[in-house]
Each structure stands twice: as C-alpha cells, then as structure tokens.
Design a protein around this ligand. Structure first.
Ligand code: COA
Length: 159
C-alpha cells in the first residue's frame, strides 16, 4: 500500500496523508485522482480508527487538507463521493458545508458490487476565508474541542 501511495504521489496524482491524534496514527486521508489542465481537481477519501470516532477528527483533517490543496497546491475543486447509507461520512461533509451535487449510480465497485455514490464538492471560491477557520467558527456547540496534534503530513500547521 505504501509503495502504491508513494508511486502515485511521485507521479503527481495523489497526496497521501496520515492523521495523528495525541501522538498516535489513527487514520488516513488521501487526495487522489488529481487532474490538472482545465480541471485542477482531486477527490478525497478517508478513514479514522473507531476509538477516536465522533470527536471531529476527520472534519478537522479534511478542512486542513482542503485549505492546503486550494492555497498551496493550486487545486480548484475537491470532491468527496460517499455511499448514501454511510451516515457518519455524510455528516463530515455536511458539517463542513460541501455542496451536494447529486447521485452517481453504480459509480464504484466495492464489496463485490457496483455501488451508488453521492457526490459532494467544494471549489476554492466557496471558501475564501479558508475551510478550517469556517469549521472552527461554525462547529456545533457542545462538540469536543479541536483535537491537539491532529495534522496531515504535508498540511501547514495552523493553516
Ligand atoms: C466517516 C468517518 C471518517 C468520520 O470521522 P469522525 O472523525 O468520526 O467524524 P466526526 O467526529 O465528525 O463524526 C461524524 C459522525 O459520525 C457519527 N459518530 C459519532 N460518534 C461515533 C462513534 N463513536 N462511532 C462511529 N460514528 C460516530 C455521528 O453521526 C457523527 O455526526 P455528528 O457529529 O453529527 O454527531 C469515520 O466514521 C470512519 O472512518 N468511518 C469508516 C470509513 C469510512 O466510512 N470512510 C468514508 C468513506 S466515503
């Protein structure tokens, strides 16, 4: 897996990140399918360990990486494709204010079948103030504080 991620990253098609929480590797976030030219787009995939789920780790990580992609890498659009039944993942993009674009029927082959996916996206114009600062400002009240030590391996600290 690491060899594949490195080779895609070296080819400029992917940005693989790990997520650390309190000094422990707890997840991954990957910007894949990076396309330049008139598109300048990539799509994000992610997972986090069950032991830290529900603390806002993933929305924070996605916000950091989206800011990095728009401000440093120069991408214009980030897309997340989610199976309709994946409630926790849909909450991540809903809380971050991704725009729902619609359903792609039979989009990806997963667990032995072609699965429908909902498409969520953001373009750089939609977050002029940065996604991390918007997430921090609008984060649901009563949610745990921003996790410390949560960072992607290439996102600028505090970005
Ligand atoms: C989807 C996923 C990345 C969310 O990460 P997270 O850091 O837990 O995100 P959040 O803390 O914002 O929680 C998102 C939602 O998960 C649900 N949730 C809360 N606590 C949870 C727990 N202990 N276990 C599982 N889900 C929980 C809630 O619905 C929450 O929404 P809410 O904030 O409105 O209550 C994580 O659940 C995961 O890795 N799932 C398996 C892999 C996967 O589905 N990847 C996405 C493919 S598109």
């Amino acid at each position: 897996m690491v060899r594949h991620l490195r080779s895609e990253a070296n080819a400029g098609r992917m940005l693989p990140f790990v997520i650390e929480y309190q000094g422990r590797l707890v997840g991954q976030l990957t910007v894949a399918g990076i396309t330049w030219g008139s598109m300048c787009s990539g799509h994000v995939g992610y997972w986090v360990d069950e032991s830290v789920a529900g603390r806002g780790v993933m929305p924070t990580a996605v916000a950091m990486v989206v800011d990095h992609c728009f401000r440093t890498v120069g991408l214009h659009r980030i897309e997340v494709c989610i199976r309709p039944e994946n409630g926790p993942s849909r909450r991540v993009v809903e809380k971050l204010g991704f725009r729902e674009e619609g359903l792609r029927p039979r989009y990806l082959h997963i667990d032995g079948a072609w699965r429908d996916h909902l498409v969520f996206a953001l373009t750089a114009e939609e977050v002029p103030e940065g996604l991390l600062s918007r997430w921090r400002r609008n984060r649901p009240r009563g949610a745990p504080r921003d996790p410390q030590n949560t960072r992607g391996n290439r996102a600028a600290p505090g970005n």
